[in-house]
Design a protein around this ligand. Structure first.
Ligand code: ADP
Length: 222
């Protein structure tokens, strides 16, 4: 059985952190559309150049572009036993595309909605710092590095991701409210397996425990 998990939630809800813990536990790849797009920007290839301005403004990249990226990624051998989607789908069109893809392969997905208070989200996003070399994420409030401003793993000076600047954060949250949040209702209407977990105040490890329990025993948790 293919283990298909969709982590859903606002920017800053902790999807990325959960996905990277969860992939070790499920042994399936973590597929983040944000990471894939940033990789294209870093490579400086044609796709990267096309999406850079959109991402820096905090608006959404075109559906066809992300649908295509995700499909290509899901076709790779390491995703055949399962995958964790993080940051996809984000629009109605993307959700329809994904559900069509899953249904055509008889794969039953599990959508996990991480619910987080708006104020907690804003604090998390404005405090987010990242190592430009190894990608490790920190937070000045909830998960600071041992030495302020410096990566624990490789000593690099931490940076604020371009789309973590305040105006852009507001834009990303607005995009989430208008385009992505309505998908919760969409998944419900379509009778898909949807689990909602309060993720505002738990540590990532405690949350992981709950997420794993839900994945292993969805009938009981539901
Ligand atoms: P966050 O969830 O914190 O906003 P991501 O890394 O998931 O961060 O996304 C960063 C940016 O990448 C988004 O603001 C958007 O521009 C682009 N992006 C990522 N995933 C998608 C998607 N599924 N559809 C459209 N744009 C996307």
């Amino acid at each position: 059985m293919t283990q298909a998990v969709v982590l859903f939630g606002s920017p800053g809800s902790g999807k990325g952190t959960q996905a990277s813990l969860l992939k070790k536990c499920l042994k399936v790849p973590h597929i983040s559309t944000g990471d894939m797009l940033r990789e294209h920007i870093r490579d400086g290839n044609a796709l990267g150049v096309r999406v850079a301005a959109t991402m820096h403004a905090g608006t959404l990249v075109r559906d066809e572009v992300v649908d295509c990226l995700v499909e290509e990624r899901l076709a790779k051998p390491d995703a055949q036993a399962g995958f964790i989607l993080d940051g996809y789908p984000r629009t109605r069109e993307q959700a329809e595309h994904l559900l069509g893809w899953l249904d055509a392969r008889n794969i039953r997905e599990l959508v996990i909605h991480l619910i987080v208070d708006y104020n907690v989200i804003v604090t998390r996003l404005t405090g987010r710092r990242q190592c430009p070399r190894c990608g490790t994420l920190y937070n000045t409030v909830s998960n600071p590095p041992r030495v302020e401003g410096v990566c624990d793993l490789d000593g690099q000076a931490l940076v604020i991701r371009d789309d973590d600047r305040e105006l852009v954060i507001r834009q990303r949250l607005a995009e989430y409210e208008s385009q992505s949040r309505p998908l919760i209702e969409f998944f419900r209407e379509k009778g898909r397996r949807l689990f909602e977990i309060d993720a505002s105040h738990q540590t990532p490890e405690a949350l992981l425990f709950q997420v794993c329990r839900t994945i292993k025993n969805p009938a009981v948790e539901g």
